[in-house]
Design a protein around this ligand. Structure first.
Ligand SMILES: *Cc1c(COP(=O)(O)O)cnc(C)c1O
Length: 376
């Protein structure tokens, strides 16, 4: 207040290219070889390097995480009228591809222990819909879902599992990378994710044949023939060779980004964790999160909207927790299994700025603004 100097913007999460300029080196290679599009060595290299990083046999580089979910559903055989279980507490991009396939989502509640899919609600859903075709699991904000419990239940029912790991690149569950427990995993390189290609996604699986098929669908399903021949519906979902170059460079700094996100989370927890009514997103000893977004819930006098307003005044970005899908006008006609956990997390939750370019001074500014609401 009173200062005439414009306050510098602090973002929730914004693109952060490497200091070393790795991304530009790969892009330059693409230009030098005129392998701008389509495909080329950066696409192959990015697929190979990401698969190796997460410990999956094969990967297909695609135009977005949403496209990857769409092709995962198709690869799992999900089609018209099939039921797919989907967490309710997520971004709409998890659920939209179910509708692209003319399938039917059933939304599953979260639990407080993980903020992710509740194994209990999942079991209830299986009782109600034993004919379910696939289950999508999300690892929200870089916290992993309780995969042992979820995989046990899904194996018992012999159903395909797709992990939406769009927010959890760099997150491990019991030392195994998220996105590699189910039949398919997907990652996103959208602008606000932990690493970005400006836009893009990856489908991973240990089933190399299915990944090859996904690449075929993603390039308009062109049959092996001199002329253009198509015996299946095709999509234009492939990643370009220039974009993949950015991805290869970003992958080299992923560990650094995870370390910084951890630092940011620890800073907030130390400074704000003791405030009345504040509770940070859950820690579990089996979870090594990437802390993509540091988030907390508020159950005292200070509400999430108070924090968001106070930060906005200081030119600092923050966000509510995802609004559950079963509360969305477009999706509310579909069934929901659970109680009020995800609704409460939405009501009480706030995501704090977690930009990896933040300095200690920036973190102090955020913390001071928030603390001011308790100590007036
Ligand atoms: C970002 C995101 C997606 C979609 O990824 P895009 O690359 O933007 O299509 C899907 N699911 C979740 C949970 C996400 O956060």
């Amino acid at each position: 207040m009173g200062s005439t100097k414009a306050k510098e913007r602090i973002n929730l999460a914004s693109p952060h290219m490497s200091d070393e300029g790795y991304e530009l080196q790969y892009i330059k290679e693409a230009f030098d070889t005129n392998w701008i599009a389509p495909l080329g060595e950066n696409v192959n290299g990015f697929e190979r390097e990401l698969a190796e990083k997460v410990g999956s046999k094969a990967a297909a580089a695609l135009s977005s995480g949403t496209a990857a979910i769409h092709l995962a559903l198709k690869a799992a055989g999900v089609g018209e009228g099939d039921i797919v279980f989907c967490p309710t507490l997520t971004f709409s991009a998890t659920a939209n591809p179910i509708i692209y396939q003319n399938a039917i989502p059933v939304f599953i509640d979260s639990d407080y222990e993980t903020w992710n899919m509740s194994p209990k609600a999942l079991e209830e859903a299986f009782e109600k819909y034993p004919e379910v075709k696939a289950v999508i699991v999300v690892h929200l904000y870089g916290l992993s879902a309780d995969m042992d419990k979820i995989m046990d239940i899904c194996k018992k029912h012999n159903v395909a599992v797709i992990e939406d790991a769009a927010e959890s690149l760099g997150t491990y569950y019991k030392s195994k990378h998220t996105g590699t427990f189910g039949d398919y995993g997907i990652f996103s390189f959208n602008g606000n994710k932990i690493i970005t290609t400006s836009g893009g996604g990856m489908l991973v699986s240990n089933n190399e044949e299915r990944i090859a098929k996904a690449r075929f669908w993603a390039t308009q399903s062109r049959d092996q023939a001199r002329h253009y021949q198509h015996s299946e519906l095709g999509f234009n979902y492939r990643m370009s060779n220039v974009v993949a170059g950015i991805g290869r460079g970003q992958l080299k700094v992923l560990d650094q980004r995870v370390a910084k996100k951890n630092y940011i989370f620890d800073f907030y927890k130390r400074e704000l964790g003791g405030l009345e009514g504040v509770e940070f997103m859950p820690s579990n000893d089996w979870n090594e999160p990437n802390y993509w977004l540091s988030s907390m819930t508020l159950t005292g006098k200070v509400r999430p909207v108070d924090i968001m307003k106070a930060l906005e005044k200081e030119n600092i970005e923050s966000r509510p927790v995802w609004k559950p899908m079963h509360m969305q006008p477009f999706f509310e006609k579909y069934d929901f299994v659970g109680t009020d956990v995800s609704e409460k997390l939405f009501e009480n939750g706030v995501c704090l700025p977690s930009d990896t370019k933040m300095t200690d001074e920036d973190l102090e500014r955020v913390v001071k603004t928030i603390k001011g609401l308790w100590f007036k």
